[in-house]
Design a protein around this ligand. Structure first.
Ligand code: KG4
Length: 339
């Protein structure tokens, strides 16, 4: 009998439902709220939750119709339990719990970042040991995997996430939200002329982005106070090469130390053209496999939740209907969902 997993994702500003049958992606519906949040220059948590509540049933129906399956056909419901915005996560988890109760299906709690890592399985099988470079609006982590479902955080940000830093730096330059996209585009027209600090330039695998962010905000304000103008493409290029440079430097060192066979990118910032190009370039001719996720799975989606849900289904990692969300759930604690 076929295994059909329904995935639900609502951790930030995308309401998404997907259906995976064995290894085939039957439906992947994403309703993004980005246009609404752009007006505010960032995600407004209260508005995100309200829009998830309004959209979830519509997205669910569209996914079932597209896949041509009924809820009775579904083997289990996989849902993002964390990390993410608390109110936004609650909408997805309540929808999943209601469906699980009504149709008597197992409920599978999925870690959002583990989902991003497993999105790479839509490209090719994972190979171990593996280094996952997890870079998004809310997280910056280097995750070592020695086997399936074995996640070890070897380094992480001590303050801001890299995506958050992109968004704040874009805002001070007057660029729209989400800032990663215009900065990435404009940096191609500029040169690395601004000298910027590289915090936590040390032997650890940890990161720090708040100092870089603050130094750019102060620099822009100082230049403007003198009645002068910054060169936006040059500052974009200088910032991008510094911010991504920190990821590249530590990742390449981890690749050597842990003798990894494969490197995968995961999360919203993995859409970055400089990161994608440089990681491939610097690992060329090393024998280390580099997996670059397609653009559609860099942004939040439920296909990755259903994909990982399918593996967790085989392991019988099911949760009771009493589970709740965990906005700061750690990837290495993904088997623990009792809170
Ligand atoms: O994973 P994601 O969709 O959600 C959150 O974790 O919130 O990541 C969104 C982040 C935003 O900060 C956005 O600016 C960044 O990903 N981003 C990029 C690019 N595209 C999106 N950052 C750098 N370069 C890009 N091309």
């Amino acid at each position: 009998m076929s295994k059909i997993i329904l995935g639900i994702e609502s951790s930030c500003d995308e309401t998404a439902v997907a259906i995976v049958k064995d290894d085939e992606l039957l439906a992947n519906i994403v309703s993004t709220q980005i246009d609404v949040h752009t007006k505010y220059g960032g995600v407004m948590p209260e508005i995100a939750s309200r829009l998830h509540a309004e959209n979830i049933s519509i997205v669910l129906k569209e996914a079932l119709d597209k896949a041509n399956v009924t809820m009775e056909d579904v083997s289990a419901i996989a849902v993002t339990r964390g990390p993410g915005l608390i109110g936004a996560l609650h909408v997805g988890i309540q929808a999943a719990k209601t469906l699980a109760l009504l149709y008597d299906k197992p409920l599978i709690p999925v870690h959002h970042l583990a989902g991003h890592i497993y999105a790479n399985e839509f490209v090719k099988p994972l190979m171990f040991p593996l280094l996952a470079i997890v870079v998004s609006g809310g997280n910056t982590e280097l995750v070592l995997m020695k086997d399936h479902l074995d996640f070890e955080i070897i380094g992480e940000t001590k303050d801001d996430a890299i995506g958050e830093c992109y968004d704040k730096v874009a805002r001070v330059m007057g660029l729209p939200y989400p800032g990663g996209i215009p900065i990435d585009k404009l940096s191609k027209e500029g040169k690395h002329t601004y000298k910027l600090p590289q915090p936590l330039h040390d032997k650890s695998y940890d990161f720090s982005y708040s100092g870089l962010k603050t130094s750019i905000i102060n620099m822009v304000h100082n230049i403007e106070q003198k009645g002068k103008k910054i060169n936006v493409p040059d500052l974009c290029c200088s910032f991008q090469e510094t911010a991504i440079g920190m990821i590249l430097e530590k990742s390449l060192r981890a690749v050597e130390e842990y003798k990894v066979k494969q490197v995968v990118l995961a999360g919203g910032v993995s859409a970055n053209s400089y990161l994608r190009e440089q990681i491939q370039e610097r690992l060329k001719n090393t024998g280390i496999d580099v997996v670059i996720p397609p653009m559609w799975c860099c942004t939040d989606n439920a296909a990755m939740i259903a994909k990982l849900g399918s593996r967790l289904y085989d392991e019988k990692i099911f949760a009771p209907l009493s589970i709740s969300v965990d906005p700061s759930w750690k990837i290495d604690d993904f088997r623990n969902f009792n809170n």
